[in-house]
Design a protein around this ligand. Structure first.
Ligand code: IPD
Ligand code: CA
Length: 251
């Protein structure tokens, strides 16, 4: 499969949602729920509605963060994965690090990804095995060779534990890198690995819709991906992505 028409459709859907989200920047956001460390706003739902309508032009089932499964994703050969707004907390505070994220998974793995940063009008897109781009220019991962020179993007997922052991393991991991960045959006962090702005992305207990498009981008841009497959019907993942495998953290 070449997946080119699916990529065009995903780009069109992301552009539609991005246009709507962009209009809300600088305005108060309607908060629908704020449980634990998660937050949901009306804009998440509105953007998702637009994307679902557009992707509905295909037959593929859709897994969407706000509304769940449309069709049988876990038994289907190919399905869409949608995060209408990654970086919702940033968005509510007008921190300009957020994006729309759309992937197509085939046989369980992301094969194409679109991450649209509507704040900067940067559309990252890629098809595994066929290359990646940002707007009209090709992109590739960085040439950084050593962890001690590498920039790590990571985060604490909404469902993360904050006990002493988890935090100790986190510290010994991040100490191995030159710099650490927590952007508040997994999808954009992965797009930045794909284009070489950062070198490594790590996050445990992250939801598939946060990372599926970014995983496809990193692979398409020549990077390496280590993503533990989710259980059937369970969309939680442990993800490590980097420009090269030597940059993955050691013990
Ligand atoms: C969040 C972001 C963040 C990650 C959280 C996610 P959302 O997604 O991707 O980087 O650390 O676990 O929930 O809620 O803004 O779509
Ligand atoms: Ca989201």
């Amino acid at each position: 499969m070449s997946w080119e028409s699916e990529l065009d459709l995903a780009r069109a859907a992301a552009a539609l949602a991005g246009k709507t989200l962009c209009k809300l920047v600088g305005h108060p956001k309607k908060v629908l729920s704020a449980e634990g460390k998660d937050i949901k706003i009306q804009a998440d739902r509105d953007a998702e509605h637009l994307i679902l309508e557009k992707l509905g032009e295909t037959e593929y089932p859709i897994l969407a963060e706000e509304s769940g499964e449309h069709g049988q994703c876990d038994t289907s050969d190919a399905f869409w994965v949608v995060d209408p707004l990654d970086g919702t907390m940033n968005f509510t505070r007008d921190l300009p690090m957020n994006c729309v994220s759309i992937a197509l998974c085939s046989e369980g793995d992301p094969v194409l990804g679109v991450v649209y940063d509507f704040n900067r009008d940067e559309c990252f897109h890629g098809i595994v095995g066929q290359g990646a781009g940002m707007n009209d220019a090709p992109i590739s991962v960085s040439a950084t060779l050593e962890r001690s020179q590498a920039v790590l993007a990571t985060g604490f997922p909404a469902k993360s534990a904050f006990d002493r052991d988890t935090l100790d393991a986190f510290v010994s991991c991040v100490q191995q890198f030159k710099k650490i960045r927590m952007l508040g959006t997994a999808a954009l962090s992965l797009a930045y690995v794909a284009c070489g702005r950062v070198d490594v992305y790590l996050e445990d207990e992250i939801m598939l819709w946060d990372v599926a498009a970014g995983i496809a981008l990193v692979e398409a841009a020549g990077g390496v991906v280590d993503s533990e497959p989710s259980k059937r019907g369970d969309w939680v993942r442990k993800v490590r992505c980097a420009a090269r495998a030597e940059l993955f953290p050691g013990k």
